[in-house]
Design a protein around this ligand. Structure first.
Ligand code: HMG
Ligand code: MG
Length: 305
């Protein structure tokens, strides 16, 4: 599938999931006003989409309990989609009332992760999504579907790409608009990504997929670059590299938005994202959390200022 001379895309699309994935695992409570500021800074920095929050159980993810208030407070910046996680009909009703532009349902290619994360089997998760996808489509709200553990599971180890393909196929049949493959624990290598894309190409082209790579092993940037050569041009990242999942112990944050943007700048790939503005957004939330920059680009920019 891979040819050395395959061109990089001219443009990629970036969704910053920092306000949701970045904050969901933070033990320190973050004020709603700080979340609103973070989302607005990201919108103005030029990302295509901001995953603002999740309409999930507040006792399971206390940090996102103010999802409706955050949506109430944020700006509506032209050209930016403001999305949120929605696990079930209850979440859909709250998300719709909050005025989301797009929703993301989420399941997993691993049974044990599904059970730990969303308290149901993979098959049950698909049943839960049917009415959500139907309602969202009739309200003209686009639906992303995450497949977590697309490469490996924190409990079961490596995941068979065929399990991912079957799930992707069911989700597409259900009518979701976008498939987002998650390396939830951040262990993927470029070879894993190539194998995954090759397997999935029987049901979805790389150009129609989004990749959501956590960066525990510091391999996410290499994986993104390899995926770009293979035709992927939509990626999730998190400003400052914040993030992690409470149900994937030991996994660290997503690839930092500023690291992907800087790499693309150097390669002449257009992202539409202003690097300084992304760092300003990341620095604001890093201050709130009481820590310094963790991304390579953040550290480099801090040492130059
Ligand atoms: P459940 O326990 O199966 O729900 O939750 P239930 O239907 O049995 O209801 C139990 C109680 O929860 C009821 O309340 C419901 O009303 C309430 P009671 O009657 O007992 O007072 N409830 C809700 N409350 C608010 N909002 C809702 C909701 N649904 C039920 N939407 C559920 C299932 C999925 C909701 C739950 O297990 C949950 O919230 N889990 C947390 C999931 C989560 O946010 N995980 C982290 C994000 S996923 C991730 O990080 C991976 C990703 O980044 C990709 C990657 O990296 O791979 C996306
Ligand atoms: Mg994630």
């Amino acid at each position: 599938m891979y040819h050395e001379d395959m061109a990089l895309p001219g443009t990629i699309r970036i969704t910053d999931v920092g306000p949701r994935d970045g904050l969901q695992n933070e033990p320190k409570s973050v004020a709603t006003a700080s979340k609103v500021q973070l989302v607005d800074r990201l919108q103005h920095a030029g990302v295509a989409e901001v995953e603002v929050s999740g309409f999930v159980r507040p006792d399971r993810i206390p940090q996102l309990a103010d999802a409706s208030e955050v949506f109430d407070g944020i700006e509506r910046v032209e050209g930016v989609l403001r999305s949120a996680l929605v696990p079930n009909e209850r979440g859909w009703e709250a998300a719709q009332a909050a005025g989301v532009d797009k929703i993301a349902v989420f399941t997993s290619a691993s049974e044990s992760f599904s059970m730990g994360n969303i308290n149901c089997s993979i098959a049950e998760s698909l049943e839960r999504f049917v009415p959500v996808v139907r309602a969202a489509r009739s309200a003209s709200i686009p639906v992303r579907a995450y497949v977590s553990c697309a490469v490996a599971c924190p409990h079961e180890g490596p995941v068979d790409p065929d399990a991912v393909v079957n799930l992707v196929s069911s989700l597409l049949e259900m009518g979701v608009d976008e498939i987002d493959l998650g390396d939830t624990i951040g262990v993927a290598t470029p070879e894993d990504i190539e194998r995954l894309l090759e397997s999935c190409s029987s049901v979805v082209e790389p150009g129609d997929l989004t990749l959501h790579l956590h960066d525990t092993g510091r391999g996410a940037l290499a994986c993104c670059l390899h995926a770009m050569h293979l035709g992927v041009h939509s990626f999730d990242t998190s400003c400052g590299g914040l993030g992690g999942c409470p149900f994937a112990p030991g996994a660290s944050g997503n690839l930092a938005t500023e690291d992907l943007v800087r790499c693309c700048q150097l390669l002449g790939v257009h992202t539409g994202v202003n690097l300084a503005a992304i760092r300003e957004a990341a620095a604001g939330i890093e201050d709130e959390l009481g820590r310094g920059p963790a991304s390579i680009t953040g550290m480099a920019m801090a040492s130059q200022s």
